[in-house]
Structure formats: C-alpha cells, structure tokens
Ligand binder design. Structure first.
Ligand SMILES: C[S@@+](CC[C@H](N)C(=O)[O-])C[C@H]1O[C@@H](n2cnc3c(N)ncnc32)[C@H](O)[C@@H]1O
Length: 205
C-alpha cells in the first residue's frame, strides 16, 4: 500500500496542474468511453441520489443535469473549480477523499467512479466507504482503465505520479465481494476499460 499522504499530494498536484487542460476535446473523446457505459446503467427519477466520486471536471454529471439529485467529490480543488463553473447549483460538489467520505450511511441510490479507481491508495478501504454510503439495493458502478497489454499498464504507472494499481476483472470482483457487494455485471468498454456493477444486498449494513 502506498503512503496515504504522499499519494493524496501526488494526485492533487498532478490534477491541479492539469485541470485547465482536462476538457480538451481529444482527452474528453477518451473520457466519454468511460462515461457512456456508466450512464447507460443508470435508471433514475428526479429524486434519485447519484454520487460521482473523483468527479474531476464533471463532464459526466453535466449530462444528467436537472434529471436527478447530483453530488460529486474530488480531492483536486482545481478540478472542482472547473466542475462548479459548469454545474453551479445543479449539483452539490465538495472536496473529499474517497477513503473517508463525508456522507451519512446508506444515502445514495448510485455511487459511481470513472477512470479514477487506480489512483486510490487503499482500494479495499475505498470500496468499503463507497458501499457504506450506498443504500440497500443501491448500485455501485466502477469503470476503470484496463488494457490487454501489461506493458501499457507499466507505461501508465510511469506517466501518472499518483497511480497505485490497475486491476484485472478477477481482482475487481474480489474487491467487490470483500466489501459485501453482489456483482451484477462486468464488461469491457472498448479496448481500454472494464466496468464492474454491483449491488448492496438488503442484509448489508
Ligand atoms: C483521471 S481523473 C477522472 C475524472 C473523472 N472521473 C472523469 O471521468 O473525467 C481522476 C480523478 O481522481 C481524483 N482522485 C484521485 N485520488 C482521489 C481520492 N483519494 N479521493 C477522491 N478523488 C481522487 C483526481 O483528483 C482526479 O480528478
């Protein structure tokens, strides 16, 4: 496990520096491959509570504006500033670390995270927190990078200072199960991502 403080600082510094360039069309063309399958999984009304963890500049929630109760957290102030400029009062956005979420138990119908899980210094703890704030029978959707070639994973690690670990399908399933979440589906999204969808069972606190 990486040192928590060092990991948080590395991620904050990396994403604070990159926030202004994050919405560039080429990068967002790539990010849409993570957002689109996530949005397809959602079934919502205006009362559905959706939390986007590591929301970045909030291109995902922007697509759901006015359609549900939207929440986002991220540890990068600069990414959140861009997100707030887009969503204003349409979403509750706050600075926060996935490992210690500032929400009460069983609050959200959906908790999602896209292209961020490999940055978390303690992935099991992060998923436990995600599960804690999810309602019973609520859904957890994690879409994260996964390439066919291990050498690309190695390259990713070199390029991203706050990188911790890219998981295989089997490893993601294990983490979900250890957090008490029931796997509903797992599928590849394009050549470079895997989406895992789980449900919090009725008997889990
Ligand atoms: C590659 S960006 C993805 C942003 C967004 N989810 C998207 O799909 O465009 C990864 C994000 O994870 C955030 N992040 C990294 N570690 C985090 C942590 N411990 N808690 C919350 N957010 C974190 C970063 O600040 C960054 O905004």
């Amino acid at each position: 496990m990486k040192s928590p403080d060092k990991n948080i600082k590395q991620n904050q510094s990396f994403f604070n520096k990159g926030a202004k360039r994050y919405d560039n069309p080429l990068l967002q063309f790539w990010m849409r491959r993570f957002h689109a399958p996530t949005i397809e999984e959602l079934r919502f009304t205006s009362a559905t509570k959706i939390l986007d963890i590591s929301c970045g500049t909030e291109e995902l929630l922007k697509k759901l504006q006015g359609k549900a109760e939207l929440y986002g957290i991220d540890i990068s102030e600069a990414m959140l500033k861009v997100a707030k400029g887009k969503l204003g009062a349409q979403a509750t956005l706050q600075k926060g670390d996935v490992h210690a979420l500032l929400f009460q138990d069983r609050f959200f119908d959906y908790v999602i995270t896209t292209e961020a899980f490999h940055h978390y210094y303690n992935q099991q703890k992060a998923l436990q927190e995600i599960s804690r704030v999810t309602k019973k029978e609520g859904k957890v959707i994690i879409v994260d990078v996964n390439f066919f070639l291990k050498s690309i994973h190695w390259l990713f690690k070199k390029l991203e200072p706050g990188h911790v670990k890219i998981n295989s399908r089997k490893e993601m399933k294990y983490l979900f199960k250890e957090s008490g979440l029931r796997i509903l589906t797992q599928k590849r999204s394009f050549l470079f991502a895997i989406m895992t969808v789980g449900e919090k069972p009725e008997n889990l606190l």
